[in-house]
Ligand binder design. Sequence first.
Ligand code: SF4
Length: 322
Amino acid sequence: MTEKVLEVKNLEVIYQSKKNIFGGIKNVYAVNGVTLSADKGEILAIAGESGCGKSTLAKAIMKLIEPKSGEIIVDNQNVENLHKRKELKNFYKKIQMIFQNPYASLNPKMKIGQILREPLEINTELNKNEIDEIVIKKVHSVGLDEDCLKRYPHEFSGGQRQRIAIARALVLEPQIIIADEPVSALDVSIQAQIINLLKELKNELNLTILFISHDLSVIKYISDKIAIMYLGEIVEMGKTDEIFTNPKHPYTKALLSSAPELNPDKTKEKIQLYGELPSPENLPQGCKFHTRCPYVFDKCKTETPNIATFSENHICKCFLYN
Ligand code: SF4
């Protein structure tokens, strides 16, 4: 029986940005009614072009930014109601984040030992020996030696720093990890090692991972389920195998068409993606993909498609199936 540990319901995040140097405020519609869920021990990938709202969604789930509306439920608890220090400490024991850039995410003035001890000192009542024991265990679990604890971040390579960032995310033994483009700043040869490490840790610890990436080959390898995001909306979601073998939404087909493949299936429909992602300050009316969709018809420009369901876990938002 599956157990949902993360649920997001109709989430909206709207930023305000300055219009120009003379002032004036403009709304930026970054996340527009996102609904998704992840089960215990599942890797849910969020895919889409840069600027589609993936990272904003992650920050909202982490309570780093305030959503305009909607619900985020972590381990059966609505996170909107968490404000007190103790409540937030408990929340961050359940969910942690790994950032894209391991060069920027570790404090250069702190030794690795201090970096890994800090979350435990802030969020738990554990004594020094108990903290040391956990820190050493986590360093080993990411494939590093405990000698690293006495050194500074600049003494490590990018891949080693990302291992340290993963260890820091794990010290509180969270149920959920949000990994925001965790390998895109690394060399290709190192990317595979970090991806394999995340997969091993997920199996070993029964972790739920929200894996944010624009790289479909990485997503295909690591994820159990994929949500395709376009201009702040989920336009298609389903099991990874199903999305790769039987994509429905024209945007998903376009993304898959542009991903490099070793043995491309020549019988598969290819869609070329033209133009730029429209600005989230000026969202298109109707279906948000209509300005770039090769199948667009009149209704798409004025009306919003409903969600069509193909199987229990495969949904798509497009008039071709309404
Ligand atoms: Fe294309 Fe229309 Fe489907 Fe949007 S609703 S993806 S414009 S066919």
